[in-house]
Ligand binder design. Structure first.
Ligand SMILES: [Zn+2]
Length: 330
């Protein structure tokens, strides 16, 4: 991801010291945790999500090198995803499409693994798996998009091992999230991005299956060692509440602070525009300290900037929020 970082940061964290949006970060770093939170921290609920395993998925992706849409390295990444997902016992579908891009037609493939439930009503857990193409430096995308891809893989493993739930789950890996042009909205009247998620929504519409999708959870940039994921304002707020309240209960209020920000655009937006509830879980402060996003889309987005601990926190929070989300779907 993403889109106009400086605007986002002016809104979110113009001043750490004075902006109300950033007040709880200050409070959390300076004040002792309330008693309830402290006890939750001492005895956090956990899941079989293995942060080290998710981290190894990130290492494997980084090992393939830069992975832009249409590249041989992305094909290798896709083969890795398919191999892993099948090894969990999941049915894997490859959805191929060839959108018009600023580089002409580019072959892309969404990877979708399904865990059938008691009903056809479906919840999506998603990440993009391409990386942005840069000609003047080697962009490895450990965080963007290695981290979320590794986390969704590990969530898929844990859920497949646990067996069917009431809802059907699909683990979706989008191709072509990143823009080919340097800026997110610079080309194709703003449509040079989110190729995979837009394609999936159009396919669901054509197959008259949009109504079967009850919720879409998007992970993006979730591996930063200094994990900070504020509530995203374009997201469906009942999904935000389910996830962030779960994080608070688990003692992760620092990593999932209550302050809000607006990301602008990401793979959740095509689903929202189609009337499907969706949430973007994204840490857009990927840099050297609070409010700094200087590692994003640079040669600095490397394995040493992310951690198994952050991946584990995100995995646990998402997995333990699912029962709250399911309870609100009729
Ligand atoms: Zn990106």
């Amino acid at each position: 991801m993403l889109y106009r970082p400086f605007q986002v940061f002016l809104i979110v964290c113009a001043s750490i010291a004075t902006a109300p949006a950033c007040a709880d970060r200050t409070a959390l770093t300076q004040s002792p945790a309330p008693a309830a939170e402290a006890s939750a921290t001492q005895a956090p609920k956990t899941t079989p999500f293995d942060g080290e395993r998710a981290f190894e998925h990130v290492r494997a992706q980084v090992g393939f090198g830069p992975r832009p849409a249409g590249s041989a390295a992305l094909e290798k990444t896709r083969e890795y995803l398919i191999r892993e997902l099948k090894s969990y016992g999941l049915k894997v579908t490859i959805d191929s499409f060839t959108p018009k891009t600023p580089k002409g037609r580019v072959g892309m493939k969404n990877v979708i693994a399904e865990l059938p439930g008691e009903t056809a009503a479906t919840i999506l857990i998603c990440s993009h798996y391409d990386t942005k193409e840069f000609k003047d430096f080697v962009f490895l995308g450990a965080n963007d998009s290695g981290s979320s891809t590794g986390a969704v893989l590990e969530i898929a493993r844990v859920m497949a091992a646990a067996g069917p739930r009431k809802f059907t789950y699909q683990f979706v890996f989008f191709d072509g999230e990143e823009a080919f042009c340097e800026e997110w909205s610079e080309c194709l009247d703003g449509l040079d991005n989110t190729y995979g998620s837009r394609h999936m929504v159009e396919r669901l519409r054509a197959e008259k299956k949009l109504e079967t999708i009850k919720a879409m959870i998007l992970l993006d940039m979730v591996g930063d060692k200094d994990l900070t994921i504020p509530r995203e304002d374009s997201s469906s707020q009942w999904l935000v509440e389910a996830i962030w309240s779960t994080a608070t209960e688990l003692g992760y209020r620092k990593e999932f602070p209550s302050r809000r920000f607006m990301i602008g655009d990401d793979d959740h937006m095509p689903f929202l525009r189609a009337g499907i509830p969706a949430v973007d879980v994204i840490d857009f402060e990927y840099g050297d300290g609070p409010g700094d996003n200087s590692y994003w889309h640079t040669a600095e987005d490397t394995l040493d900037k992310i951690s198994a601990r952050s991946l584990k926190i995100v995995g646990d929070v998402i997995l333990l929020s699912l029962s709250k989300i399911e309870a609100q779907i009729r």
